[in-house]
Design a binder for this molecule. Structure first.
Ligand SMILES: Cc1ncc(COP(=O)(O)O)c(C=O)c1O
Length: 404
């Protein structure tokens, strides 16, 4: 895949889908919902949450949901049953966490807020809502305000160890603005904070976390004893079948015993991994250089990571050889608004339904109405009971109210 820059095609890294297949969605009749629609399987979310709870119980870690990945508040009650709270990226997510009870203030839950920088008009409210407030540097704006409150103060560090596949998702990439460089951190700065935070992974297995921790431990050594907590961020793909959960549990147990502190994880994707599909309808078929299926879905509006990452989402029922090949395209004007090329064992026609897999995380939280494209409804399905609830439909008002 290439794009023109300085008149030359540039190779763009295409990330692979992590989906393990349709799972229970293989038995879901796509005609049960009007399109476009995200369908989330409550039971798959529950089983992911149970896996995360087990990691928490076996290791002693507190496990938080990263709201930026998945903020489906109709499931907040269930999420709160299993997890220890959530992490927010600023005032609005912090408010959502409290108002929708992802992290009820009345219970022993943690609301941890990190932002690369804070706005003056928001900092007081963020402090009053948060249990942990994490700063991007020891002299970040807001630190002096927070110091006078009883919020627990954290520092995000950049361990300066790049182990990611793609620099776009690697907060240790050269000249990163995310986290204070580990090599610059000195004992005076460390003593100002109750906790340490790092987030460097993206859809990764245990090994890169282990290597990152080794580097931090080598650099900070006994200074780690000063902290009350260490937050290992997100990006741990620990609900994926091949994840080394035993390794993770062992590392967390070792860190908390050795340094007498609480270890925190804040996964997002792992909570909703393989728990949702995006269902669309074919509006037309068009033969250009290749055959296109034109949908009421849009990659750029409904699954922006397809274009941003970029990656090719798995399609339910697709085959690798033979059958019928289609370029499955979105409904906006953007030339690149395409999910990619897919083969199916049957022909598509106007009215056919298709479903992209693993579409619950980093989708609903990122949608937009570019070109006036309709937002997908949100349906909750229970794969055990087969109960289906349409919980949200969007209309023209959503589009018009964001404009003036
Ligand atoms: C600071 C922080 N914590 C947690 C997460 C959640 O990461 P993931 O959804 O990959 O687990 C992110 C994602 O970008 C993040 O930036």
């Amino acid at each position: 895949m290439g794009s023109p820059a300085l008149g030359r095609p540039v190779e763009i890294l295409m990330l692979p889908t992590q989906s393990r297949g349709p799972g229970a969605f293989a038995h879901f009749d796509l005609n049960r919902v009007s399109t476009p629609c995200y369908v989330v399987d409550e039971e798959k979310i529950r089983s992911n949450l149970q896996t995360l709870r087990d990691i928490g119980n076996d290791s002693g870690a507190r496990v938080l949901l990263a709201l930026k990945a998945f903020s489906m508040w109709s499931l907040a009650g269930m999420i709160e049953e299993y997890l220890d709270g959530c992490c927010a990226s600023g005032l609005w997510e912090a408010r959502l966490a409290r108002e929708k009870n992802f992290a009820p203030q009345t219970k022993d839950k943690i609301l941890s807020t990190f932002s690369p920088a804070f706005r003056e008009e928001e900092i007081k409210e963020i402090i009053s809502l948060s249990d942990h407030l994490i700063f991007n540097s020891p002299c970040a704006f807001g630190f002096e305000h927070a110091r006078k409150s009883d919020v627990s103060l954290g520092l995000r560090i950049n361990p300066e160890l790049s182990l990611g596949l793609d620099p776009k998702y690697d907060s240790c990439a050269k000249n990163s603005r995310l986290g204070y460089p580990l090599s610059k951190l000195n004992p005076d700065e460390i003593s100002k904070f109750h906790g340490l935070h790092f987030h460097t992974l993206c859809e990764q297995n245990f090994e890169p976390l282990f290597e990152t921790w080794q580097k931090i431990e080598q650099r900070l050594g006994s200074m780690i004893h000063q902290f009350e907590w260490i937050n290992l961020g997100g990006g741990h793909h620990c609900t994926r079948d091949d994840y080394d959960r035993a390794g993770l549990v062992e590392l967390i147990s070792r860190i908390s015993e050795k340094y007498d502190l609480e270890v925190i994880l804040e996964p997002g994707e792992a909570v909703a991994f393989d728990a949702g599909i995006l269902v669309g309808e074919v509006l037309d078929i068009m033969d250009a250089e290749k055959r296109h299926a034109l949908l009421d879905l849009s990659a750029t509006c409904h699954a922006p990571d397809v274009i941003e990452a970029p990656y090719r989402p798995a399609l339910s029922g697709e085959i690798t050889e033979g059958g019928y090949e289609y370029f499955i395209g979105g409904s906006s004007c953007l030339t690149a608004d395409s999910f990619g090329s897919y083969r199916l064992p049957y022909e598509l026609h106007r009215g056919s339904r298709v479903a992209f897999l693993d579409q619950a995380h980093y989708t609903m939280v990122k949608t937009n109405t570019f070109n006036g494209v309709i937002l997908p409804s949100i349906a909750l399905w229970n794969s055990k009971t087969d109960e289906l609830k349409m919980i949200k439909r969007f209309n023209y008002e959503e589009f018009v109210n964001r404009l003036s």
